[in-house]
Design a protein around this ligand. Structure first.
Ligand code: CP
Ligand code: NVA
Length: 306
């Protein structure tokens, strides 16, 4: 029984196999189309929050591989409200071959996986975003030909996207640095895990306050929204704290000349990233978003292909 809830659950070798598969499936797709690896298989996609990339890329990934996907909106399921998570998991397990779920509370996706008799994929929780990190790793690999030894700097909130990016780097040998304001640190337990993974891969993990120090020597600068879904009531407060962490042209100029800029999107242009950077020569925002499709195929193939 395989789930995809966190990169921490996978060995570097397993993650590398998924990435290799994503690279191969992307090549095959661009050469004319994918073989129907998942013919007759169906993915139920349960969303408690909005989505563009995750929803469309999973849906299209299933179709390209000969399968099908079913979108279940927050209003339809009422996960844990209309019906218990345990009951939803057991019912849906009888209809489809896998579940992808985007939830508020990470425990809810863990609970789904506990009760489902089919694989469960985490499509973002308040704790992490492992599918995003696979697309990020693919994007970095395509740019530099490797992850090992690449300096990845996250500037902003120590949020769900940062947790998975840190674990991807730590597992695959990229050096991870975060610069975030006080009070917005990554969860300490996630950092501790990353340090353990890094011992094996040779990566370094750094937590700094100063974004300028953090981007020096960076090959990749990564940012994300200051206010994640579910934190809307903190938006005003966060808008006052985070401006020194904006990724703008001046900050990018302090990194290595070949630095690439990444963002999981959706972006709040003018806040965590300027238009000039998002649309500038260093930006890889759209190739990165497109790689969600290919990375997802790698994950689905590893979990579902016969
Ligand atoms: N990056 C990402 O997960 O985007 P969506 O919220 O649009 O799915
Ligand atoms: N950190 C953001 C990512 C969105 C894809 C959020 O959770 O809203």
């Amino acid at each position: 029984m395989k789930d995809f809830l966190a990169l921490a659950d996978y060995t570097p070798q397993q993650l590398q196999a998924m990435l290799d598969r994503a690279v191969a499936l992307k090549k095959e797709f661009q050469a004319g189309g994918n073989a129907p690896l998942l013919k007759g298989k169906t993915l139920a996609m349960i969303f408690q929050k909005p989505s563009l990339r995750t929803r469309v890329s999973f849906d299209m990934a299933m179709r390209h591989l000969g399968g099908d996907a079913l979108y279940l909106s927050p209003a339809e399921i009422g996960l844990g409200k209309r019906e218990s998570i345990a009951d939803v998991a057991r019912v849906v397990s009888g209809y489809v071959d896998a579940i992808m779920a985007r939830v508020f509370d990470h425990e809810h996706v863990v609970e789904l996986a506990r009760w489902a008799s089919i694989p469960v994929i985490n499509g973002l929780s308040d704790y992490n975003h492992p599918c995003q990190a696979m697309a990020d790793a693919l994007t970095i690999y395509e740019e530099f030909g490797r992850l090992q030894g690449i300096n990845v700097t996250f500037v902003g909130d120590g949020n769900n996207v940062a947790v998975s990016l840190m674990h991807a780097c730590a597992k695959l040998g990229a050096n991870f640095t975060i610069a975030n304001p006080e009070g917005y640190d990554l969860p300490a337990a996630a950092v501790e895990q990353a340090r353990q993974f890094a011992v094996e891969s040779g990566a370094t993990i750094r937590q700094l306050r100063d974004p300028h120090e953090a981007v020096r020597e960076a090959d990749v600068i990564y940012t994300d929204t200051w206010t994640s879904m579910g934190q809307e009531e903190e938006a005003e407060k966060r808008r006052k704290v985070f401006p020194p962490y904006q990724v703008n042209a001046a900050l990018v100029a302090e990194a290595r000349p070949h630095v690439i800029v990444m963002h999981c999107l959706p972006a709040h242009r003018g806040e965590e990233i300027t238009d000039e950077v998002a649309d500038g020569e260093h930006s890889r925002l759209f190739p990165q978003a497109h790689n969600r499709l290919h990375a997802q195929k790698g994950i689905l193939a590893e979990l579902l292909a016969d």
